[in-house]
Design a protein around this ligand. Sequence first.
Ligand code: NGQ
Ligand code: ZN
Length: 468
Amino acid sequence: MQRFFVEHLFTGSAWVEGACVEVDSAGDIVSVTANGSSDGIRLPGCVVPGVPNVHCHAHQRAMAGLAERSGPASAAASRPGTESTAAARDSFWTWREVMYRHVGRMSPDDLEAVAAQLYVEMLEAGYTAVGEFQYLHHDPSGKPYASPAEMSLRCLAAAEAAGIGLTSLPVLYTSGGFGGQAASAGQRRFLCTVDTFLTLVEALEERCSANHTVGIAPHSLRAVLPEDLAAVLGGFRGEGPIHIHIAEQTREVEDCLRWSGQRPVAWLLDHAPVDGRWCLIHATHMDDAEVAALARRGAVAGLCPTTEANLGDGLFRAADFLAAGGRLGIGSDSNSSVSPVEELRWLEYGQRLDTRRRNVLAGGAGRSTGRNLLERVLAGGAQASGRAIGRLAAGCRADFVVLDTDHPLLVGRTQDAWIDSWLFSGNRSLIREVWVGGARRVADGRHLDAEAVAARFGGTMQALLRRS
Ligand code: NGQ
Ligand code: ZN
């Protein structure tokens, strides 16, 4: 048993001053008591729960910053009447082609090295758990590896090496577009039948632990036929969460309307048993009825504000969704940014720019925007991760972040003002330590294995980029 003394503890829903936190040898919190004895490991400053990252494609960390150059004029852009500007040429869809080319070079070793570096960066940024939405199942030619779970197991190995909590979300991908369109060459690595997919899930489930849970992720309505969706939901015997990309791009909404007569979120709510076990990634383009219905179902909207901005997706209707009682989580998705601070800032700032108001997501008069956002993504993130995280209370994992209250940006503050200042001021990390399952992973702002992991990653990137 470990005992911590915390001067200022935010449990995820309340502040406790002078808290004593007891953690068992498995890394679970046994008790949190106020004004307890001050012996044990003294955590300097203020402690908040680690943030769950609900949506990540680790492999895309290897191309962060490498799709920011305007592409060649495409056939579509040079059609008469179409403006031939960079903005007209470059889109989510052209980015996806660049991403597929990067994907085409990555071996299992490469993925493991990239994911380990990424997870180290996540921990340093205050994420203590990640939902890995993994779809590179086969080799670049589409040939299966000896184990169908090869690439997912590499992500697990990276998570274990870095010491981050993991929800494996292996992806079912059966077609190239709505209505069972053939997959392109760039999508060959992703394809699998429902049966093979369920074998993959079982192989991962054998590796479940206190720090690792397994859910499933039908990729999107574009990539999974209704009969495959029904089959995988029927065949999955586990209790983990169900994640799906939805309604990210307006073209996707138009294609879905043409295919089914319904918008994507409306179609999914009508054809799948969406409830609190589900996490709908992006859900950017919803009409009023979809916003209300999704909130009522209790599913989490998995928002990835920096990626949604980077890819030109559009703005999630956060104020409306929260007003309807909707639940939120945040994800780093393409990993061009790896920071809960930046995700939450973009989430609020998008709303401010759109409405020309301030403190849009504070949740009521006199409330703290940072506290409200943090509370919501801790609770929604835990729900979408399918793990006992996001709260510092008995029965939850001892996953927490120690903020540097001596830093000039935090000094002199108390309680909610620490959270607001952490999330809305400055540009450097204000994190001193990060603990996961009662084990310290970050000290003085640096992951304890940062150097070794970065050295391996550096070698991998040199080789990967030489191959391009
Ligand atoms: C993905 N990422 O699966 O990595 C997707 C792009 C797709 C985001 N949507 C591919 N951010 O949706 O077809
Ligand atoms: Zn995604």
